[in-house]
Write a protein that binds this ligand. Sequence first.
Ligand code: NAP
Length: 244
Amino acid sequence: MSIRKVALVTGASKGIGKAIAIELSENNANVIVNYNRDEKESIEVVEEIKKNGVEGIAVKADVSSFEQCASMIEFVKRRFGCLDILVNNAGALADKTLKNMTKEQWDRVMRTNLDGTFNVTKNALTIMRDNGRIINISSIAGVLGNFGQTNYAASKAGVIGFTKSLARELGKRRITVNAVAPGFIDTSMTKAIPFIRRKIILAMIPIGRAGTPFDIAGLVAFLASDKAGYITGEVIRIDGGLSY
Ligand code: NAP
């Protein structure tokens, strides 16, 4: 029997992170559910995870704070001793055209999405085992750009550069580092999109529907598995064909 792996998923209280956390627990990993504000929902995610016979625990940390990320990893070290799988999923939006974007909106998105990826990964590497897996959630906005998302697209493009560089640094330890770039996925993040705009986007998706968080979780679980040990430095779009 293989040793049970330890996985940390950031921003796992809802949406894509929640689905990833549950899917990894179904694949027999102990899962740390990171959240920032939503303690109640993260505890519900932990309850779901435990139904799969593995350990689950919710840990509060704002990924934009290096100190809070250091404390979170210290906690993981004390509780589990090491880390095998890291999914940098926590993310935020503050959409505005550049003309109307405030410095605060720029900074908030960059600090959460790009600094957050650095803050968690830098600390996590101190306890990551050889043969580990790092999966960063980018976005097709980071690949193609998007109207009204200069901050978001820049942060997600930054995540791609980070992924490709770190994959080169960690290859010798057989730690793979990949990015997943989702398209239009039904979560609280996309709920605010007006009905008409939503219809236009849906009409552009060959598969004919929005993605679900579990569409993304299936890919992440594969990249986290032993079967994906020869895939590194990749950016995998998962968007129902929206961007090809
Ligand atoms: P969501 O439903 O809004 O969930 C966002 C998650 O991130 C929540 O669990 C939230 O935790 C957490 N979070 C936000 N700021 C945080 C911080 N500073 N520290 C720690 N956690 C924080 O969003 P989602 O759609 O699932 O998005 C997940 C990831 O996929 C994001 O990186 C997003 O950019 C990316 N993505 C989404 C789509 C899409 O169409 N939905 C497309 C492409 C990429 P709390 O609620 O506890 O604050």
